[in-house]
Unconditional design. Structure first.
Length: 352
């Protein structure tokens, strides 16, 4: 399928750089476009209306991962250089960008300015001016990011002061597992009060974990290939515990709808191995699943997702689930109506 079919005129002014809470609004105070696949209809409403579209017995699946700082200072050639951590790799390595003026070579070892016991060892260059590295000891990386890290963002430049003083605004209200290097953003729309109302209606809620990584780098999620099938995404780590696996398996067996909140949840659920009788076993591991039109969905019945950029792997995933014609028609309406916000702090889409 031609990538140009997922292009549209997009205004950078429609991409806010701060969460709605830091702009004087409540979390659920956003726009939502609702796509009904069976009827081919498009409805423009506000996010709290999701309560009207969820049904008794639905299983709402949420990603409980939250975003860390991603930038640490390391010593190189007697000077401090920034190392931006973009993602983790299945072999224990990491994908990073290093802000160094002098040429870097594989095998070079950098030392953390804030934690002298933490080393960054260069393994080899990657496309898009990135590096594959290892951090040793590996278990010191996340605490160092949490304690000493800063944010560096090429796609949406976050306000450093807000990030330092109000990190809760950048996390879903149910977030509890550190590890993402970008925001699992679809869940930001839910307030605690709205989740309570959803639960009171008879909707079951399950929590899984996927740590967002290098798949969110603009150079990775932007599809430069002429055909979407020729694009590559990077692996991301996920965990589905015993309780969530049992909830998902029961919903599948009973024919109840499974509603994925975010492309991270979609990617996780559709990566799961199913056992006898289509049950789901607790599992953890890495997914390199790339979903584009023609993909056969096995688990997810409905999707909540943000409004995405053109030519992105995210909009291609959305089109695979909702149908390209319906999804692209909805984007045309969104752009015509105006007032919608895109990307991680933007408005959202519900596909039923």
């Amino acid at each position: 399928m031609r990538t140009e079919e997922f292009e549209f005129d997009h205004n950078a002014k429609d991409m806010p750089t701060d969460p709605v809470e830091l702009r004087g609004r409540s979390r659920e105070n956003g726009k939502m476009v609702v796509l009904d696949r069976s009827g081919g209809t498009i409805e423009h409403t506000e996010f709290p209306a999701i309560l009207d579209h969820l049904q008794v017995g639905d299983l709402l699946v949420l990603n409980d991962s939250y975003m860390l700082s991603n930038t640490l200072a390391f010593r190189h050639d007697g000077k401090a250089v920034d190392v931006i951590v973009y993602g983790h790799e299945p072999d224990g390595a990491n994908i990073v960008k290093i802000d160094a003026r002098k040429k870097l070579e594989p095998g070079l070892t950098l030392t953390s300015v804030d934690d002298p016991e933490l080393k960054c060892i260069l393994v080899g260059p990657q496309p898009d001016r990135l590096w594959k590295v290892t951090f040793e000891p590996a278990e010191r990386l996340v605490p160092a990011l949490d304690r000493h890290g800063r944010r560096s963002d090429e796609t949406v430049p976050l306000d450093p002061a807000n990030w330092q003083s109000a990190r809760g605004a950048y996390r879903s209200v149910y977030a509890r597992t550190p590890g993402s290097l970008e925001i699992p953003s679809a869940g930001l729309h839910f307030s605690r009060e709205l989740l309570e109302r959803i639960s009171d209606k008879g909707v079951e809620i399950a929590y899984i974990t996927l740590h967002v990584g290098a798949t969110e780098i603009l150079a990775v999620r932007h599809i430069s290939a002429d055909e979407v099938e020729d694009h590559k995404v990077r692996s991301e780590y996920f965990e589905v515990g015993k309780k969530a696996a049992a909830q998902i398996g029961r919903a599948m067996a009973e024919g109840r709808r499974i509603v994925a909140v975010g492309t991270t949840v979609m990617r996780t659920l559709e990566s799961l191995r199913t056992g006898d009788g289509a049950g789901v076993e607790p599992q953890r591991g890495w997914t390199d699943l790339y979903i584009y039109p023609g993909f056969q969905f096995r688990i997810v019945n409905a999707l909540v997702t943000n409004l995405h950029r053109p030519r992105s792997s995210h909009i291609v995933l959305t089109a695979a689930f909702g149908g390209k014609d319906l999804v692209m028609r909805s984007y045309a309406e969104v752009l015509e109506k105006g007032g919608y916000e895109f990307d991680m702090f933007g408005d959202c889409m519900l596909i039923l």
